[in-house]
Design a protein around this ligand. Structure first.
Ligand SMILES: [Zn+2]
Length: 207
């Protein structure tokens, strides 16, 4: 490739990736294209919806992303005016649910907050709550608590760990809150659960 062609390719990188249809959508600030693709401004490192009125940069500085995730991965920040991060999730609902579950599985020790979860997943909070309930039949809080209880149940098998230690280790604010939530989930207190699982072990050994 000649030096001239290289320069041209670099300067118009965004243009090369933009179709005529996308260019038209940006020029017309066409709302029907919002969510179908995203515009990154290379000068400010912000990412916008095609219709964003705040977007005021030269066409050659605009780079097109297919998804918001791609833009975020590339280091772009969601524009505070058009809020591309508040647009409903463009992927499948199942994908959002599995990403939510994976996130909860690693953050269950933190305080439960729909805002924190939705912020980390780059979606609107009420949309996330609604989609999760629709897909799984349970609320985000219920799933969050069930993850905590399952982690606690596995720790209860270890007799050397106290209830209050297990409670704080699984993110509960107090042992009484832990007992209440655990009872809702397993229909017995953590102590009863521990006794039962120990009895179960004894029975198995005698068989
Ligand atoms: Zn914008």
């Amino acid at each position: 490739m000649s030096k001239c062609a290289m320069t041209q390719l670099c300067t118009y990188e965004g243009m090369f990736m933009m179709t005529k249809e996308q260019l038209q959508a940006i020029l017309m600030k066409d709302k029907t294209y919002d969510g179908k693709f995203y515009c990154g401004a290379r000068t400010t490192r912000t990412v916008c919806l095609p219709s964003c009125a705040a977007k005021n940069c030269k066409m050659e500085n605009i780079i097109i992303f297919d998804t918001l995730q791609d833009a975020l991965k590339a280091g772009y920040h969601p524009c505070l005016r058009c809020r591309p991060d508040h647009l409903e999730w463009q992927g499948s609902h199942k994908e959002l649910v599995s990403r939510t579950k994976a996130l909860i599985n690693t953050t269950y020790k933190e305080k439960f907050s729909i805002n924190d979860l939705s912020g980390k997943l780059f979606v609107n909070g009420s949309y996330l709550a609604r989609t999760f309930k629709k897909e799984t039949g349970e609320t985000l809080l219920s799933y969050f608590n069930s993850v905590r209880c399952e982690k606690a149940a596995s720790l209860l098998a270890r007799k050397d760990l106290s209830i209050s230690f297990i409670s704080s280790e699984t993110g509960f604010c107090s042992a009484s809150h832990f007992t209440k939530v655990f009872k809702d989930h397993y229909h017995c207190t953590p102590n009863e659960y521990r006794k039962r699982s120990n009895t179960g072990k004894l029975k198995k050994q005698t068989l």
